[in-house]
Ligand binder design. Structure first.
Ligand SMILES: O=C(O)CCC(=O)C(=O)O
Length: 301
């Protein structure tokens, strides 16, 4: 599917869910509804301390401000999913701006390879380990609500898709041609669930009902994106949302997505309990490593 740049982007109606609402049933319903209708929502008052978020963002920013040579201390080898790499060079014909990325697993400990975690700044590891504890708890709560929303026990989705957590740091430097180019191309996330912390520069857009919608920038909010594997598990009830990013003319945009994804050999297909005569399976069960996304998607990571 080729999607043209939309000149007339409507303002945001993307759901924002306040997790501190004492009526937790209402919160759960709002999360389920947003995942069914949009495949994306923002959560506020989510329990991750602002200090932990600021520290994570500070160490990420400090890493990207290092020289190319210093950043290449954690360069991504071709055969690895982890490490630092330039994803795109500015290319006006292709309509892409420069995008640099750092990838490293953060959970479980057996999947973590500190070779790909920057040693500079010195507190990079501590800041990321602290954030991991919180983001894992938040993702588990969201997966619990989504499982219960399907009428299943609370751990059903977590059991399948939370094999590994990967941190990505996206770095979009300012670009004078920002009106002509994109950051990341339109894609869905091939993983299960993504929790994103952006910096203060807006730029994430999601596609719904033939329109691109801007995500409103809410300080300290976490953006939650439903990925392909939750869409498949839920037999299409939860939507894997198409999204893309823009770049700013003058300011550097950064974002910190955490991908929650199945291990390579985990077979993912619609839960048997929710399929039947009335709702036949729309997807074939398939090992995550063999999954080939339908439509625009980023490489399997
Ligand atoms: O930069 C963002 O806000 C989102 C990044 C994204 O879509 C991705 O890393 O897959």
């Amino acid at each position: 599917m080729v999607l043209e740049r939309d000149q007339d982007i409507p303002s945001s109606h993307i759901p924002v869910v306040d997790l501190s609402n004492p009526d937790q049933e209402l919160v759960a319903r709002a999360v389920v509804k947003a995942s069914e209708e949009w495949g994306v929502f923002q959560v506020v008052n989510h329990g991750i301390p602002t200090k932990v978020i600021q520290r994570l963002q500070n160490v990420g920013r400090q890493f990207f401000e290092l020289s190319e040579e210093e950043k290449n201390a954690v360069a991504k080898p071709d055969d690895s999913r982890e490490g630092y790499a330039r994803r795109y060079e500015l290319d006006l014909e292709r309509k892409t701006g420069t995008v640099d990325q750092l990838f490293h697993n953060i959970w479980p400990p057996s999947s973590v390879n500190y070779k790909y975690w920057p040693k500079n700044p010195l507190d990079y590891r501590e800041a990321n380990e602290e954030y991991t504890k919180h983001v894992k708890m938040l993702s588990e709560k969201i997966m619990e609500w989504l499982s219960e929303g399907l009428g299943l026990w609370g751990e059903a989705i977590k059991e399948v898709i939370s094999g590994e957590y990967m941190m990505i740091v996206n770095y979009y430097p300012p670009c004078p041609h920002s009106d002509l180019i994109e950051g990341l191309d339109p894609h869905t996330d091939v993983s299960g669930l993504t929790l994103i912390l952006p910096n203060e520069i807006p730029g994430l857009q999601v596609f719904k009902d033939d329109h691109w919608f801007d995500l409103e920038n809410i300080p300290s909010a976490v953006i939650v994106i439903i990925g392909d594997q939750i869409q498949r598990l839920s037999n299409g009830r939860y939507k894997s949302v198409l999204h893309k990013t823009t770049v700013d003319k003058e300011r550097t945009r950064m974002s910190w997505p955490v991908l929650v994804r199945p291990t390579n050999d985990t077979v993912v297909g619609p839960f048997l309990e929710i399929t039947g005569h009335d709702d036949p399976p729309k997807f074939k069960p398939i090992a995550y490593k063999d999954y080939i996304p339908q439509g625009p998607s980023l490489i399997l990571r």
